[in-house]
Design a protein around this ligand. Sequence first.
Ligand code: OOG
Ligand code: NI
Length: 295
Amino acid sequence: MLDYVLNGLMQRYQERVPDVAGIIAAMINRNLIQVPEDIENDHIAFRTMGVPQLGIQSLEKIFLHYGYTKRDPYHFKEKKLDAWWYAPPAPQYPRIFISELRVKDLSEEAQRIIISYTDEVKADPVSKLDLDDGPAVDTFLHSALWRTPTLEDYQTLAAESEYAAWVIYNRYYLNHFTISLQNLPEGYNTVAAFNQFLEKEGFTLNNSGGKIKESPDGLLLQSSTVAKMIPATFAGNATHSIAGSYVEFAERRVLPQFAHLPAGELKREHRREGFEAGNADRIFESTYSSQTGKS
Ligand code: OOG
Ligand code: NI
């Protein structure tokens, strides 16, 4: 079931984000992997609106049902976001990062706009789903929860919260998947080295706070591409380019207590786990106009 749902998410994501196929092709060309399935997916991420019937408490039910464990919370005061990460039921599955907008902390106008859409969802839609029905869950994750927004609402929201604007249009589309770097061949197995490779191949990296986001313990390093602008159709057939999704890269270093282990014996549990609020805060901006307007 979990495999079915994850495959469906990845398939739609690849179709929508040209950088995914581009990066995979570049990695195969450079002999870093033989087939796309060789990529280790560190985590996937979703965004949602923090309203009573939706938000983290709703979306997480799907993954808790598939055996994920809820782990640590993160808070982003400036961006008005909260997030949690979820550990997978087995090491071959990606971690999950789910964030939600603290709708109540926005201006009255922004709240009014958001609620006019989210109120179309009367009750927690996940409670009504048969979570053992893979196709039903896949369809749910890829269908509109509310009417297509107007361009005006989208722009009003974007002026106050780019995250809000992203979610009002994109809903539960996968926000990113994350290529694990530490097990790639020497010369490509760090964020620093992989960033160089990506830039030589012509990909644009998020440079908010620097291209390498590093946790204070020095053990979790991340980087990401900047989301490409994609044409979007709004209510009344208005069209406008908006930020799509992006690709992330993560290097998890070995914990000090396992530093003596030979490289061949290193497993996921020997490396830095979880996420880092300071890194995440900057990675969110991969879909913000400060980054997408750069190129
Ligand atoms: C999530 C940003 C944070 C991470 O790995 O810390 C993140 C988002 O853009 O929705 O992905
Ligand atoms: Ni991420």
